[in-house]
Each structure stands twice: as structure tokens, then as C-alpha cells.
Design a protein around this ligand. Structure first.
Ligand code: GLN
Length: 283
């Protein structure tokens, strides 16, 4: 079949689900990803014909897009900071907000002693832990997740990005460790069930629920557990960095105040939402 015909089929089949520009972008990204063809090929060779083998991944992609599956899962990779990461349905697709959290940590940790110890709680694809391990080559980085499947992906990502990370499979709601850290960081689940209707289908249908949702009657359960853990496992002047629910900024801050953290700072993301929090363990 000719490339231009396949493009038309993408448009016809996806018309009701996505805007035209997005369908164009899906198509061009797919031919680039699977066939290494750049988008101008359609201008240069409008009648370019593909073999059955070349067509197959494009039609598989189309079927998955029809199920509103994110392109990152279809291709099995996502970008975060300057990293390329493997992702699948067991890991969240890393978000730009989380890049902002990592950038905040990096900018504030510049003059720290080099051999710092860092723990990332709920690492998923490993995006936070791996970026920090790259930024602080002498640091000892630990990353924890409850999901064996996510840890498998995070391990592959650590290897492919050339960093060493100590992975721990555990449930932070029920976890103790005999180690102290300079930095504890987490992007835990924080979306309330009541916010589900605001969430796009591609997220709801395909991203791992255990990484996203919390009960309406106890939305800060992970923050409470992480705060307790950080209280006993942060060293002197150790910092806790959190990605937070934009609607629960003041509640999250009060929780950490009640856990005796000091210097609590809530920071907005580029969309002006309260998205990050930093605090320090009391001396
Ligand atoms: N920011 C993510 C979203 O809105 C949620 C991440 C999380 O729950 N930790 O989909």
C-alpha cells in the first residue's frame, strides 16, 4: 500500500478520537519510529509503496491508538530530562511536572558534599532516580517500588543509561530501613477518585492505577507514610522533596508541619499549579 493511503486510513479511523494535527503527528512519529522515514518523504515520494512487513507495525499502532493507548507505550519508550527510558503499562509515563521537581533538586543540591545518599520512593520507570544518579555521579542512589514489574523496567533503564542504582521492592506503607539519607524524593499516587472524571481516557485506560489513585477519604496516605519514613531516615539537614496534588497544597503542607518538618516550601509548576514541596527534617 502507498504511504499516503495509510496516512488517509489513520485520519479516517482516528477522526473521532483525536484532532487532525495530532493524527498527523502520530502518523509521522510512527513512520519515523518503525521505518526511519522522515516526514518530508511524503512530499518527495508521495507514491512510495510499503511492503506488507513495513505496513504491519503501522496498522498495529493504528489499532492501539484506536484503543486510546499512549504512543509512549506503543513505542515502549519515553523521554525524561535528557534520558530515553523504556516504559510499559506497569510504569507511569514520566511527566514534565516531574522534570521540574528533578530540576529543583539538582539546582538546590549543587554545593552539597558529593557522596550524598538519595532515596526515590515509588520509582516507576526510574526517571527520578536515574536523572539524579546522572546529575550526582558520586551519590549513592536507592529506588523503591512495590511493583516487581515496574522495578524490572527501572533496572533496565538504569543499565541503558549507565548508572548504578540500588533497587528495593517494598511497600512504603509498611517499610523500615536501617540507613540514613540526605535526600528523600517521591512522586507517590495522589489523584483522588473524585478527580478521575477530569483525567483523560488515555491515562485512565492505560496507565497503572496503583501509581495514580488514592481514596477520597484518605488522599494523603502516602505522604503520611513517606513523612514518617523521612523523619526516621533523613540525616541532619536532610531534605524531603515531593510531587503533590495541586488541589491539596495546603493540606500536604499542614501534614508535614504536624510531622515536625521545617522550612516547608510549596512550589508551582509551569502551569501555575502547586505541584512540588520541599521540607527539611528538624535538627
Ligand atoms: N501527574 C500525574 C497525572 O496527573 C499523577 C501522578 C501521580 O499520581 N503521582 O496524571
Amino acid at each position: 500500500m502507498q504511504l499516503s493511503e495509510i496516512k488517509n486510513i489513520f485520519h479516517k479511523e482516528l477522526l473521532e478520537l483525536y484532532p487532525k494535527e495530532e493524527i498527523d503527528s502520530f502518523f509521522y512519529q510512527s513512520i519515523e519510529h518503525f521505518l526511519k522515514l522522515e516526514r518530508f518523504v511524503l512530499v518527495m515520494q508521495p507514491n512510495l509503496a510499503l511492503t506488507k512487513d513495513e505496513e504491519r507495525p503501522l496498522f498495529e499502532t493504528l489499532a492501539r491508538l484506536n484503543q486510546e493507548e499512549p504512543l509512549q507505550y506503543i513505542f515502549g519508550r519515553a523521554y525524561f530530562m535528557d534520558l530515553t527510558l523504556k516504559v510499559n503499562g506497569n510504569t507511569l509515563i514520566p511527566r514534565p511536572e516531574t522534570e521540574e521537581l528533578v530540576q529543583w533538586i539538582i539546582s538546590e543540591t549543587k554545593n552539597h558534599k558529593p557522596q550524598i545518599r538519595i532515596l526515590d520512593i515509588g520509582t516507576g520507570s526510574g526517571c527520578i532516580a536515574i536523572s539524579l544518579a546522572k546529575a550526582f555521579p558520586k551519590a549513592k542512589v536507592y529506588a523503591l517500588d512495590i511493583s516487581k514489574e515496574a522495578l524490572q523496567i527501572a533496572k533496565e533503564n538504569a543499565v541503558s543509561n549507565g548508572v548504578f542504582i540500588e533497587f528495593i521492592q517494598a511497600d512504603i506503607l509498611n517499610f523500615n530501613l536501617d540507613l540514613t539519607f540526605d535526600i528523600v524524593v517521591s512522586n507517590p499516587p495522589y489523584v483522588r477518585e473524585l478527580e478521575k472524571k477530569k483525567i483523560q481516557n488515555n491515562v485512565k485506560k492505560h496507565e497503572p492505577e496503583i501509581a495514580l489513585f488514592v481514596p477520597d477519604n484518605d488522599p494523603l496516605l502516602f505522604y503520611k507514610a513517606i513523612g514518617e519514613f523521612a523523619n526516621s531516615n533523613l540525616g541532619e539537614k536532610g531534605n524531603l522533596y515531593l510531587e503533590i496534588n495541586q488541589y491539596l497544597g495546603s493540606e500536604t503542607k499542614s501534614l508535614l508541619e504536624n510531622q515536625n518538618f521545617i522550612k516547608i516550601e510549596v512550589k508551582k509548576d509551569i502551569f501555575e499549579n502547586n505541584r512540588m514541596l520541599k521540607c527539611q527534617k528538624m535538627d
